[in-house]
Design a protein around this ligand. Structure first.
Ligand code: HEM
Length: 127
């Protein structure tokens, strides 16, 4: 029980850190501060945090014995995560114009807010 709770809090910490970093990078991108985004630590840190976030997620699923295919909230989280990654890469990298990047950024934040709500309620429609 104890290691599971430690892992869960680590997962939550990495999740909030990941969201904070994404929001900050989006703000820098929209503010035209690409030179800061190009710095090596700024490029590498999100990958480190996201790897730890996912590593904890996988460990939680295994340790908690969560049956993924019978847990709609987990499937919703995985789908939300894929959408968050796709929209995030349009917002920070592949968007061709500023308006399209802004829209992708807002949708990515909405996705991650949905993931957190799903995590808290274990419901796929937590509204
Ligand atoms: C951006 C991605 C993610 C975010 C922001 C996120 C966020 C969270 C948060 C905030 C909690 C704590 C909920 C609470 O207060 O009880 C949590 C728990 C959890 N998450 Fe995630 N998560 C993410 C991805 C994933 C993925 C991909 C999986 C697995 C496929 C996963 C599996 C779990 C599990 C098993 C728990 C523990 C549930 C419990 O014991 O109550 N998470 N997540």
């Amino acid at each position: 029980m104890y290691p599971y709770l430690i892992l869960k809090h680590a997962h939550m910490g990495f999740a909030y850190l990941s969201i904070l970093l994404f929001a900050a990078r989006g703000g820098l991108m929209l503010g035209g501060k690409q030179h800061i985004l190009a710095l090596k630590p700024v490029r590498i840190l999100p990958h480190v945090i996201d790897t730890l976030l996912l590593g904890c997620a996988i460990a939680l699923v295994v340790m908690g014995g969560w049956p993924i295919l019978h847990s709609p909230w987990l499937i919703a989280k995985i789908a939300g995560l894929i959408a968050y990654i796709a929209l995030g890469s349009v917002a920070l990298k592949y968007g061709r114009s500023k308006p399209s990047r802004l829209i992708a950024f807002i949708l990515a934040l909405a996705c991650v807010a949905y993931i957190v709500l799903v995590a808290k309620t274990k419901m796929i429609a937590p509204f």
